[in-house]
Design a protein around this ligand. Sequence first.
Ligand SMILES: CC(C)(COP(=O)(O)OP(=O)(O)OC[C@H]1O[C@@H](n2cnc3c(N)ncnc32)[C@H](O)[C@@H]1OP(=O)(O)O)[C@@H](O)C(=O)NCCC(=O)NCCS
Length: 183
Amino acid sequence: MKINERKNQKISKNDGIMLVRTIRRSDRPHIAALQTESWQDSYADVLPESYLTDQLAEDLKRYWGTVQIKPEDIVMVAEAAEVIGFIAIWCRPEPFIDNLHVKPSQRSRGIGSMLMASAARQMIQQGHNTAYLWVVESNTEAIRLYQRLGGNCTDRNLKDLFGHAVPNIKIEWSDISTLLNSL
Ligand SMILES: CC(C)(COP(=O)(O)OP(=O)(O)OC[C@H]1O[C@@H](n2cnc3c(N)ncnc32)[C@H](O)[C@@H]1OP(=O)(O)O)[C@@H](O)C(=O)NCCC(=O)NCCS
């Protein structure tokens, strides 16, 4: 995938233009559906199958229908013909990267890194230098990606995923400018 130098745009020779932009209210149901698909694909080893198939979609629909996004928060979507990825960062005040998801069919094409880089540019513009996230411990591929993007594993704890306690690893960036390398 080729990166266009223009702000927030990335061009794929095969798939037309992909744009990374700030979330709109109308994106919320699409984000909920994308996160449902992403968790069903990636979290089969950490959450009960019955929860993933029967309850998750409803929980995420409710969550994204009601969660308050403050002006200082950074929630961005990657859009081609449809929304194919998103990132949600709560800046209250230190940036906490709460969600990063790319549609399963679109992974390993640079979209996740591009979302991280676009969000990092926004964080830096807002005066931030650091950020952190918690990632499911068994999600070694995502941990590898975060380490490649300059993050360090600094802690380990159980985290609540809609009522399910799951071992997580904390990843911290002491300098988020390392994330800009993917732009
Ligand atoms: C993690 C994720 C957002 C990365 O997006 P992406 O567009 O695939 O990322 P990039 O193309 O920029 O980087 C690719 C790297 O992501 C990681 N990755 C690829 N598929 C992945 C998957 N199913 N789950 C987790 N990480 C994955 C790998 O390290 C990959 O490197 P590789 O191509 O050399 O193997 C995306 O894979 C995803 O949505 N995964 C499931 C949800 C998730 O794990 N989110 C992070 C929670 S903290």
